[in-house]
Structure formats: structure tokens, C-alpha cells
Design a protein around this ligand. Structure first.
Ligand SMILES: *Cc1c(COP(=O)(O)O)cnc(C)c1O
Length: 398
């Protein structure tokens, strides 16, 4: 990733189709459309690729999480368990519904630790939200078992993992709902955009109405449509969908490129004493968007990042110190620095749930580095990076 590295004729033509018709709205305007329904076509292609009967596009990955949770019935006071390593969006989406985000430890998969999840379930828990960070997943079978036992929803944040799979099923298609982001840096991009996929006709019906002011979309004139429940505007535009439609057709090629580059880099670090690769649960297949590994301790991880940067290797992330992806720097979230007042009970319980340390996660994340795999690298550039990785990591961890 990111998919914008390889924009080509397909993306240009698809956008041109929309500009030629002048219809930027995904619904209505039938006489003007020249037969182009970019959002609908992308939904149908995405549902097909993800092996779910339904896919609904929205304006961002954050919107997808919000819409999926709302459509699955999560509301004020419900608790949602999510990992300390994610993007702030996962926390925001829960809080925006008046629900209570409950942060949970990650393990050496860099995603939810099922044992830690189990310890956080209360009678208010409504959903577990695994986040497939950096292209790989948690032990989803264990999480499904917990969800089944306690009657909880499993809502997957697959924003960084499109194209990966678990036990033969596409990531995102395993829980009650799965969410993708197509923002400007994701593996496939619309500029801004996202999607909810689901097997549930009920969640789908609610999601498409909820993200368009409650419109029922049963085929009447737009002004005459009914509003079965309230909603907001999380719509995607035809222009954004046009880019995504061209990109989705290339997803499997993109994953193939990422995998080829990943394997060269992985080969260079696998045998280095003291370096341990991130654990991928049995039956899991990554989307190869990052190479993730652990060094012996935090000092060596920091030093490796610095030396890699000096050696000209960019795109190496030390998430432990990151403002947006790891709980340590989320004082605005944990401190609920909201512009207006939040519902009092949501605020109180969110503070109570998250005012604690996460030493188990810190122990893993403090040692972890992630190397972004780019689509545009030449074979030569991949080999140079592999050599630099091998040199620096041998020196640092030896
Ligand atoms: C990108 C991302 C999101 C949010 O997606 P946007 O489209 O940027 O709103 C949510 N969760 C994760 C894990 C992400 O990486």
C-alpha cells in the first residue's frame, strides 16, 4: 500500500465517466447517468470479492465503524471492547454513539488478546471489535467463541487488512459486520471512503438508511421516500466510488505485489537471532501491507529505527511512540476532551474503564517495528532495503 502509487488509465476513465455525466450523487438522477452507477457497482464487486451478500459504501472508514455499530444496535451505555493498538477512529466511532469504548491488551499478534478480552466482559458489553492492524488478525476463532458464549457482536475493523483472510474467509466477512477504509493511504483508495460488509440483511438495510438521513431507498422519487428510522449523512460520492471501483479490480494484483516484496524482506530478517516476527494465528493469511517484528527490547527497537532511517530506509514505524495509533498518547481520548458535554454516564464509565496501565501491551509494542510495504518499489529497491534491514538488525540485536 498505498494504492495511489499505481493510479493508471482505469482510475482516470472511471472518474471521467462521472464527470461526463455530471452526476456526483450516488442515488437518483437516472436520466442523466449514461448508465453509470459507480457506488452500486463498487458495492456489488466488493460484496462478491468478500463473499458476503451485502456491502454498503460510506464516506470513510470511521463512518463505516460508526454505521456498522449503530446498525447492529450498539447505542448509549453499551460497552465495546477494542484494542489499545489501533487508529483513534475505532475509539471515536464508539464514543460518537454514546457507547463506552473499553480498551483491551494486545498480544504478539499485535491485535486483541482473547484472554484479556474475556476478563473485560461485563453485563453491559455489547460488542467486541477486533482491529486487524497492519494487515493481520487476532485469534478470531477464540474471539468468536467468546462472542457466542456471551451473546456479543463481533464487528471487525478491517480498515488496514483488505485482501487478508482467516480460515479461508476474507477478513471483514467473519463477524456480524466488517469495516473497510478507502482513505488516501490505504491499500485501495477512493481518496476518502469506506464500506460495511455483512451477511445480515437487517444490518445492511439499517446501514444504507442510517448513512443517508434514514431514506428507505425503495425506489420512489427521493423526496417521497419514507424514513423508517433516523440517520445522518455518511454517503459516498460517485467520484470517490469511481476511483475505488477501478482500484478494487486491481486488489488481487496489489496483494500479489505486496506479498512478493514482503517475502524478500521477511527472508532478510527471519534468521536474525533476537528478531521475532509478529505471530499470525493458524489459518490466517495477511495482506502483506507491513512487515512486523520484535527486537529484544525497547532500546534496540528505537536504535534500529534510527539507524534504518540513516541508512535511507523510510516507512519504518515505531508505534509505541505514535500519537495516533497507540493508547499512550491518547490523552485527548482518555481525558474526553470533547468540545461540548458528553452524556454524563458515558463519560464517567469511559474514564473508569480506561484509566489504567497496559503493561502487557507495552511489553510487546515497545519492542515492535513495522516496515510499510510499498507497491511502487522496484525489485532493486526491495533488495537494497532487505540488505539494509539485515545489516542494521544484526548489529542492533546481536
Ligand atoms: C484508516 C483506519 C480507520 C479509519 O479510516 P478513515 O477512512 O481514515 O476514516 C479506522 N481504523 C483503522 C485501523 C484504520 O487504519
Amino acid at each position: 500500500m498505498p494504492g495511489f502509487e499505481l493510479f493508471g488509465e482505469k482510475e482516470k476513465q472511471s472518474v471521467q465517466d462521472v464527470l461526463d455525466s455530471g452526476v456526483l450523487m450516488r442515488y437518483g438522477f437516472e436520466p442523466m447517468r449514461n448508465g453509470h452507477w459507480k457506488a452500486r457497482e463498487l458495492e456489488s464487486a466488493l460484496a462478491g470479492r468478500m463473499e458476503t451478500p451485502h456491502a454498503h459504501l460510506v464516506s470513510s472508514g470511521t463512518a463505516a465503524l460508526t454505521v456498522a455499530l449503530a446498525s447492529a444496535g450498539v447505542g448509549a451505555g453499551d460497552e465495546v471492547i477494542l484494542p489499545v493498538f489501533t487508529f483513534v477512529a475505532s475509539f471515536e466511532a464508539v464514543l460518537s454513539l454514546g457507547a463506552v469504548p473499553v480498551l483491551c491488551d494486545v498480544d504478539d499478534t499485535l491485535t486483541l488478546d482473547p484472554g484479556a478480552v474475556s476478563g473485560l466482559i461485563t453485563e453491559k458489553t455489547r460488542a467486541i471489535m477486533p482491529v486487524h492492524m497492519c494487515g493481520s488478525m487476532a485469534d478470531l476463532e477464540a474471539l468468536q467463541a467468546l462472542a457466542g458464549k456471551h451473546g456479543l457482536l463481533l464487528v471487525e475493523d478491517a480498515c488496514q487488512a483488505i485482501g487478508g483472510s482467516y480460515k479461508g474467509k476474507p477478513l471483514g466477512s467473519i463477524g456480524e459486520a466488517g469495516c473497510f477504509s478507502f482513505d488516501f493511504v490505504k491499500t485501495i483508495t477512493c481518496g476518502e471512503g469506506g464500506a460495511v460488509i455483512t451477511h445480515s440483511p437487517d444490518i445492511y438495510e439499517k446501514a444504507q438508511a442510517y448513512s443517508d438521513h434514514g431514506h428507505d431507498h425503495v425506489g420512489r422519487d427521493r423526496g417521497a421516500e419514507g424514513h423508517p428510522h433516523l440517520g445522518y449523512n455518511y454517503r459516498i460520492s460517485e467520484l470517490h466510488a469511481a476511483v475505488g471501483l477501478a482500484q478494487l479490480a486491481r486488489l488481487d494484483d496489489f496483494i500479489g505485489i505486496q506479498k512478493r516484496h514482503y517475502e524478500v524482506l521477511e527472508g532478510a530478517v527471519r534468521e536474525i537471532p533476537g528478531v521475532v516476527l509478529r505471530r499470525v494465528p493458524g489459518g490466517g493469511v495477511q495482506n502483506y501491507s507491513f512487515l512486523n517484528f520484535f527486537l529484544p527490547d525497547a532500546d534496540s527497537a528505537r536504535r534500529a529505527q534510527r539507524e534504518l532511517s540513516e541508512a535511507g530506509v523510510d516507512g519504518v514505524f515505531y508505534w509505541y511512540d505514535n500519537n495516533w495509533h497507540y493508547h499512550r498518547r491518547w490523552e485527548h481520548l482518555k481525558g474526553l476532551k470533547s468540545l461540548g458535554a458528553l452524556p454524563a454516564e458515558t463519560a464517567r464509565r469511559t474514564r473508569e474503564a480506561n484509566d489504567r496501565d497496559f503493561p502487557d501491551s507495552d511489553a510487546w509494542m515497545g519492542r515492535c517495528l513495522s516496515v510499510l510495504i510499498k507497491l511502487s518499489w522496484t525489485e532493486e529497491a526491495v533488495r537494497r532495503r532487505a540488505a539494509a534491514l539485515s545489516n542494521v538488525l544484526q548489529e542492533v540485536s546481536g
